[in-house]
Design a binder for this molecule. Structure first.
Ligand code: ADP
Length: 561
């Protein structure tokens, strides 16, 4: 473990112990050093004094060469504990007398062999001249033991060691006690932060012990926690309020959704009822209208005056116009109610187109318009498509083209574009040189009851339903319709219808173009009048099935004719 990683508690304790140790060791060593130095200097001066005194006392003995007296003088040195040996050397350097402590070796015989004044590990030697007046008579050499000195050094070292041995555990105990003053609040702070980050509990507070920096740190820390706590509280309150608001809004939204749904259901129901009503009423309207039309047709064929002819023609035209409108409304309401189905069957396209277009050539000729039908060479012969609905669309477009064109041309082009497998896209382009449609109205004319402008009804009649029906019928057949038009120059309507191409062998069930019977228009399947015509071998017997009395009469009269 690195020093940086150990607990601050141990770091501070260790620091205290280390400082104690270093200071104690430095002080002890200093004292020991000066003590030993003093002691040595004192010893050296004592030895010198002893040598000087002995030299002073030895003058007579060496002068008279009295060896006994000399040895007696030297012997007085035995009183000094530290003297190991002493020698008296004469003028020539020869050893004249010596004193030896028991067990100590003798001194060298010649002065030149003694070490002189010195200090080494075991001894301290001092040489002092013996002089009387101006005469040098010899030298006293005295050697003292330094044993005491080293004993003292050793004692000091032991003492220091002993004191350290006592002081270290003491400082350790004190260190551990003292460090708590510093580390306890820090550790408490650390624990508090740990708890906070673990439990996200900002209500925890740390106790302040002193007024020092750590105390201030604790204060600031608590202050910070208080701020966070109050902010948290505010946030929570805000969140609660928000939740409440969201709850209320959701409730309101749910309520309004419910109401909307109910309203939508009611509207759908109402629209369905309306469509049903319109479908039923238009259906019912057609029956008497057929009667009027039949009768006017029959009446026109009787003998009558010129004036009566005018009246009857007006009745006839008005009835036909009314029937057209009723048929449109019926178709539109059926489509809106989703009750109109597409019935695909095989048709011979050329025959179909000729029969569809031919009735218009008369009206076009009356208006002196050039009227053309052009089929591209690759247009298939037999296709499968809902012929009734396709005719309705084309009829409406040609009718409009002639209605809105005063001079020039109305042209119908049929082209074929390859599709998938047996599918081809039949393209019908109906163009005219009529009044045209302003660009901003070109989208609106496909909406129900919508015309290019307000004057159209007045000038040309119509309900504004034809294109809306055509668009929806083409939708049901997966087809499209588009218009290009320039006001004053003309319009071009393009329908694209996907059809299945049938080969000749598949043409068995080919729907031959039935001639329109009597006054029927539009939906052949659900027509009010239904006739079965039989051709027995001899004589002519016809069964007419018709529930309406007037229509029965019309049918009988027509058949009789
Ligand atoms: P209607 O012909 O009964 O008014 P349509 O839905 O067939 O209803 O046509 C809607 C309107 O579009 C017409 O009233 C007319 O203003 C405009 N329109 C349609 N075809 C042509 C055309 N070939 N030329 C000019 N305007 C046209």
């Amino acid at each position: 473990m690195r020093f940086a990683d150990i607990s601050i508690r141990y770091k501070v304790a260790l620091l205290i112990v280390m400082i104690t140790f270093v200071i104690f060791a430095a002080v002890s060593l200093g004292f020991t050093y000066f003590d030993v130095k003093n002691f040595r200097e004192q010893l050296a001066s004592e030895v010198r004094v002893a040598a000087d005194v002995t030299a002073a006392n030895s003058g007579a003995a060496i002068k008279s060469r009295d060896k006994d007296a000399a040895e007696e003088t030297l012997k007085t040195l035995s009183a000094l504990r530290f003297v190991l040996r002493a020698g008296m050397y004469d003028k020539d350097g020869g050893l004249f007398a010596e004193y030896l402590r028991p067990g100590i070796d003798g001194l060298p015989k010649s002065l030149s062999n003694i070490p002189g004044t010195h200090v080494d590990s075991s001894s301290l030697g001092v040489a002092s001249p013996i002089s009387v007046g101006q005469d040098d008579l010899g030298v006293i050499y005295l050697e003292a033991s330094t044993h005491q000195l080293y004993q003292r050094v050793l004692l000091r070292i032991r003492l220091v060691g002993l004191l350290l041995a006592i002081a270290l555990p003491l400082s350790l105990i004190l260190g551990f006690r003292l460090q708590r003053v510093i580390t306890d609040p820090i550790l408490e702070l650390a624990e508090a932060t740990r708890q906070i980050s673990k439990n996200q509990q900002f209500s925890i507070r740390t106790k302040r012990i002193g007024n020092d920096e750590i105390g201030r740190l604790v204060d600031e820390f608590n202050n910070m926690l208080e701020q966070i706590d109050s902010r948290d509280e505010k946030l929570q309150r805000h969140r609660d309020e928000l939740e409440q608001v969201v709850l209320e809004r959701t409730r309101a939204l749910r309520k309004s959704n419910d109401e909307l749904r109910k309203a939508k259901e009611r509207a759908e129901e109402a629209s369905e009822i309306k469509s049903e009503f319109v479908a039923n009423i238009s259906h019912e309207l057609r029956t008497p209208l057929n009667g009027i039309l039949g009768m006017s047709t029959l009446a026109l064929e009787t003998e009558h005056s010129e004036e009566m002819n005018e009246y009857l023609k007006t009745i006839d035209n008005s009835s036909r116009a009314l029937l057209d409108i009723i048929n449109d409304v019926l178709d539109f309401s059926k489509i809106e109610a989703g009750r109109l189905e597409i019935n695909r069957a095989a048709i011979n396209l050329r025959e179909f187109l000729e029969n569809t277009v031919k009735p218009f050539s008369f009206t076009a000729a009356l208006k002196k318009l050039s009227f053309k039908l052009e089929l591209a060479s690759d247009v298939p012969e037999v296709v499968e498509v809902d012929g009734v609905r396709l005719r309705q669309v084309i009829t409406n477009l040609i009718g409009n083209a002639i209605k809105f064109t005063a001079e020039g041309e109305v042209k119908i082009e049929v082209l074929s574009e390859a599709g998938d497998d047996e599918e081809v896209q039949l393209k019908f382009v109906i163009s005219d040189t009529g009044i045209g449609i302003p660009a901003e109205r070109q989208e609106a004319i496909f909406e129900a009851f919508s015309q290019a402008d307000g004057s159209v009804t007045r000038r040309f009649g119509g309900t504004g339903l034809g294109l809306a029906i055509s668009l929806r019928l083409l939708d049901l057949m997966n087809g499209t319709i588009d218009v290009e038009s320039v006001p004053g120059e003309g319009s071009k309507f393009t329908c694209i219808v996907p059809v299945t191409v049938l080969k000749s062998s598949e043409n068995m069930g080919l729907q031959t173009e039935s001639r329109s019977i009597g006054l029927l228009n539009g939906d052949s399947k659900k027509a009010v009048s239904r006739m079965e015509l039989q051709h027995p071998a001899d004589g002519l017997r016809i069964l007419v099935a018709e529930d309406n009395l007037i229509n029965q009469r019309v049918a009988v009269r027509l058949l009789q004719k």
